[in-house]
Design a protein around this ligand. Structure first.
Ligand code: NAP
Length: 326
């Protein structure tokens, strides 16, 4: 895969990265054997950026990713993980003091625990799992990032932005103090293009595009009859009339399919990497077959400026995370 620069930190990253939430938990029955096979297939196909988090299966995803990556003898790969807020609040609340959400010792303690689970001496990218710009002036998170970098425990530091609130980290990006942001960017959620992406480009902040498939709908694999297995949190995300509304919207996208972009999932990935601010897209994948399909999709033909312009009409502002866990 042709690589892209990861912001000012300058790593050369394949545009297809790997989202590792589903490997940890919350997505129904877990299969570590198939998960490990999917990770190995990704490595073999040139994927070199893996995004996990402390909370994905309470460390399970980090342990699995660490085990597979330690066995990899090829070119260097980059691992990103995340520190949850000490308050365990999702999303970040502007009224919660930064000193309560991300005290320095919490950031350091969580990072040290992640280092152990991943089985490495340095984490390439540590991210705060939630963020609100009311914390920009606070010292605690800044001291944590500085100390971890100084002690060689992390190489880069960034934040993951609240769901569907891409403008909630603009002040932070403008400080130029972080290396990356992670944000929802897909055919439905296009709003990061307005303010966040130009600002990231101006400040050399890498953009990690998450949830490219809208938690699965933008693969084209769902019908109105789709049912989620026990333990799959998406039963809440697509509850009530949400699934039918979404399937109808996805169907309308099929007019864009053509040679080079033959499936809805290929269209979704080409859309996500179609913006020059995006350094890497990180679809969640638990199956080797999905890794292979997505690697082929990224190697397909880019969307034209005309196609990208027409796709703007398919933006669909909504937040299905609200109420998904009730
Ligand atoms: N707050 C945050 O920081 C935050 C929140 C959400 C996500 N994330 C990160 O972003 C990553 C991506 O988001 P996500 O995993 O939630 O959702 P997603 O990437 O939008 O969708 C994942 C779903 O797509 C399926 N899929 C992947 N490739 C496919 C293909 N070619 N054909 C059909 N189905 C395919 C996966 O199936 P299988 O799993 O069966 O392969 C999975 O069910 C996460 O893994 C995580 O690393 C971060």
């Amino acid at each position: 895969m042709t690589t892209r620069r990861f912001g000012k930190i300058g790593w050369e990253i394949a545009p297809l990265g790997y989202g590792c939430w589903g490997l940890g938990g919350d997505w129904g029955p877990r299969d570590d054997t198939e998960g490990a096979r999917a990770l190995q297939r990704a490595l073999a196909l040139g994927v070199n950026f893996f995004d996990t988090a402390y909370v994905y299966g309470d460390g399970h995803s980090e342990r699995l990713v660490g085990r597979v990556l330690r066995g990899w003898k090829g070119a260097p790969v980059y691992v990103a993980t995340k520190v949850p807020a000490k308050t365990m609040e999702w999303p970040a609340q502007p009224t919660t003091p930064a000193a309560r959400a991300f005290p320095t010792d919490w950031i350091i303690r969580c990072t040290e625990a992640s280092l152990k689970r991943l089985g490495v001496e340095t984490i390439d990218l540590q991210q705060l799992h939630v963020w609100t710009d009311t914390w920009v002036e606070a010292d605690e998170w800044r001291k944590g990032a500085e100390r971890l970098k100084r002690d060689g425990k992390i190489r880069a530091f960034g934040v993951s932005i609240n769901d569907h609130e891409p403008d909630s980290a603009l002040r932070l990006v403008a400080t130029g103090e972080i290396d990356s942001v992670q944000v929802i960017y897909n055919l439905f959620e296009q709003s990061p293009e307005h303010k966040l992406f130009p600002l990231c480009q101006e400040h050399g902040v890498a953009v990690i595009a998450r949830v490219p498939f809208d938690e699965g709908s933008l693969t084209g694999a769902f019908t109105t009859e789709t049912r989620f297995p026990r333990g799959d949190w998406r039963a809440g995300y697509f509850k009530g009339t949400r699934l039918a509304e979404t399937v109808e919207r996805v169907d309308r996208l099929k007019e864009f399919l053509r040679p080079g972009v033959p499936t809805v999932s290929a269209l979704a990935l080409q859309f996500a990497i179609g913006h020059p601010a995006v350094s890497v897209v990180i679809p969640g994948m638990r199956r080797a077959a999905h890794v292979e399909a997505n690697a082929a999709a990224v190697a397909g033909t880019p969307l034209t400026a005309e196609e990208l312009a027409r796709l703007r009409a398919h933006a669909w502002p909504r937040n299905f995370y609200v109420g998904a866990w009730d």
